[in-house]
Design a binder for this molecule. Structure first.
Ligand code: TMP
Ligand code: ASP
Length: 235
């Protein structure tokens, strides 16, 4: 397998083509951004930790029958993945009120939701990722009703699997964002799953172990990511 051209550079990752037209290399950077890129920083070794954490979580989900783009981790910062046509709808699963939901519904951060929910957002940096309802998604032709149904049901399953997996390691899964793409007509889970894309709270202390430490200037960011990596990759 040979690495070829850079095809996309996002805020946290770079994608490269390979000699196989169906596979890409996902390179994990240390750059971190928040608030639509308005806040920028570097979290040393973040890319290495997120590559390992994502690998562990993709493998666990695949063991439980979830279809994902993950093929293999190649080295510290690179993962081989199936090449997807990304669906421009970000799916957010939530168990506990935090972040934008806490603001939207006027509940304190930490309030356990009466039931887990899945929300849909437009993957558009230019628009600041606004929330979308199903009618918007169909009107914009972002996904078909069948694809959206698959994404929503898969996100609910992923929520259950991740919640149990993290809980066994003393971590509460507050919320998370996942993305999907099409691979020869099939909807596969793509992107990454890591402390950049989840809210993770220590079950014993309620300490934040995720990118909110960067967003809110709480310090101890690298240490928190390393602790997540230690608990999930070594156990
Ligand atoms: P929110 O409360 O800001 O809407 O975020 C919900 C979850 O989605 C949280 O775990 C962080 C994650 N997320 C991303 O991965 N990327 C984003 O651009 C945003 C806004 C949130
Ligand atoms: N990923 C988003 C950004 O770079 C926001 C976030 O994760 O808070 O702005």
């Amino acid at each position: 397998m040979e690495k070829r051209d850079k095809i996309y550079e996002g805020k946290a990752k770079i994608l490269y083509t390979t000699d196989n037209p169906d596979q890409v290399i996902q390179y994990f950077k240390d750059e971190a951004t928040a608030f639509d890129g308005k806040k920028k920083g570097i979290i040393p070794s973040k890319g290495i930790m997120n590559n390992r954490i994502s690998e562990r979580l993709f493998r666990m989900l695949m063991d439980h029958g979830i279809d994902t783009h993950f093929v293999e981790r190649l080295n510290d910062r690179e993962m081989l993945c199936k090449r997807l046509n990304i669906i421009k709808v970000e799916m957010i699963g939530r168990n506990v009120a935090a972040g934008s939901l806490a603001k939207r519904i006027g509940q304190d951060e930490g309030t356990v939701l009466s039931r887990p929910i899945v929300e849909t957002y437009y993957k558009s940096d230019a628009l600041g990722d606004p929330m979308l309802c199903d009618e918007h998604i169909f009107m914009l032709n972002l996904a078909t009703p069948e694809q959206l149904h698959t994404m929503r049901e898969t996100t609910r399953k992923v929520n259950g699997l991740l919640t149990a997996f993290f809980a066994e390691r003393g971590i509460r899964l507050v919320d998370f964002k996942v993305e999907y793409g099409l691979y020869h007509g099939r909807v596969l889970l793509g992107d990454e799953i890591c402390p950049d894309t989840c809210r993770l709270w220590d079950m014993a202390t309620n300490e934040k172990m995720d990118k909110d430490r960067f967003r809110r200037d709480l310090g101890g960011i690298e240490e928190a990511y390393a602790e997540v990596a230690r608990r999930i990759c070594e156990a």
